[in-house]
Design a protein around this ligand. Structure first.
Ligand code: AMP
Ligand code: MN
Ligand code: MN
Length: 326
């Protein structure tokens, strides 16, 4: 991980760089979501329309519910053989390059652009377009597209609206400002297919997905005078229900929706790791709690990968949350 001074690049600097380069690789984070993918696809589509070479590098496959995104079929782990050495690598929606996974080639920092909205972004690029007040990385991209005067096609609009709907939880989280709603209306006017986004992302669950949600909610625990709600999903539960990791995304939100709960945690003890998703109501800063254990994210939504067994993760996460004021 490269750390450096905290200077955020201006829109003009980033736009000048985008104009200058002829080839781009968009990088999304592991376990990709609608923001990391939609942001890269939106900017990639705009640059392709300007005649530039665009590739998408992603370690994990595109999740089933995001395959409808325009241009998502071009996302791959392989790089084009004719990629020029001075291609600009554009990282979307991640605090540091380790979130891109282990297959990332070694890169010259001069060829790295970091576009993100995470609070703990490490400014690992030559240019860092890190706007933590934005609701999604996609809305950072929208700022760039507007500054470039790039036409926003229906395909680009659908990708951008997906980034917003993903990171606002379908316009429900506190980052859904009036401005976010205005932008979303504009994107809808430009042809973003809100109906398809809603259907594909929020109403397209496999039957196994509701079974794993039921299993995890059925064994949820309430602690700390009802302020902390947590549950676990492990390999056995996945096997039992026929679900996989993609089917576990919404569980933590249900845990958080219990009255009186300040923080919810889902411990994902499968596929050889213990990953923890944290969600808060704003009273406890879960980004800082995750940060104590090497993770990160946002004030109300964060995550971490725990190096050790589940029992230790439970103890460590509880301690981190208590230290953060739970
Ligand atoms: P998740 O619970 O996986 O949906 O992640 C919630 C938020 O935490 C997202 O903004 C992620 O980028 C961030 N996050 C999740 N896992 C990690 C991690 N291992 N390290 C840093 N940030 C993470
Ligand atoms: Mn993300
Ligand atoms: Mn995001």
């Amino acid at each position: 991980m490269i750390r450096s001074e905290v200077r955020v690049s201006t829109t003009e600097e980033v736009v000048a760089e985008l104009r200058k380069r002829s080839a781009f690789v968009f990088v999304s984070h592991v376990k990709p979501d609608g923001d990391t993918l939609g942001a890269g696809l939106a900017l990639g589509l705009a640059l392709r329309a300007m005649g530039k070479q665009v590739a998408y590098f992603q370690q994990d496959p595109v999740p089933r519910n995001l395959r409808f995104l325009p241009d998502a079929d071009r996302v791959a782990r392989e790089l084009p053989p004719d990629l020029p050495a001075d291609a600009l690598w554009v990282f979307c929606d991640m605090s540091d390059t380790s979130r891109a996974g282990e297959f990332l080639p070694l890169l010259d920092r001069a060829n790295v652009l970091d576009i993100d909205h995470h609070l703990g972004n490490t400014h690992f690029g030559a240019l860092n377009y890190v706007l933590s007040s934005e609701c999604s990385t996609g809305t950072c991209v929208l700022r760039l597209l507007r500054a470039m005067g790039a036409p926003i096609t229906p395909e680009i609009a659908t990708n951008l609206l997906t980034t917003i709907m993903t990171d606002t939880g379908g316009f429900m989280h506190s980052n859904t400002t009036a401005e976010v709603l205005r932008i979303s209306a504009e994107l809808t006017d430009l042809g973003a297919d809100k109906e398809e986004i809603t259907e594909k992302i929020f109403a397209n669950k496999r039957f196994a997905a509701i079974r794993i949600v039921g299993r995890a909610l059925g064994s949820a625990r309430l602690e700390c005078n009802g302020k902390f709600c947590w549950s676990v999903v492990d390999d056995a539960m996945l096997a039992e229900t026929g679900a996989d990791g993609e089917d576990t995304e919404e569980i933590v939100q249900h845990l958080r929706s219990v009255e009186g709960v300040d923080v919810a945690a889902l411990f994902k003890d499968y596929e050889g790791d213990v990953r923890v998703s944290l969600r808060g109501n704003g009273r406890v800063n879960v980004q800082q709690a995750a940060g104590r254990l090497g993770g990160g994210g946002h004030h109300r939504a964060s995550g971490l990968t725990f190096a050790g067994p589940l029992d230790d993760a439970l103890v460590a996460v509880r301690a981190a949350l208590l230290a953060q004021g739970l």
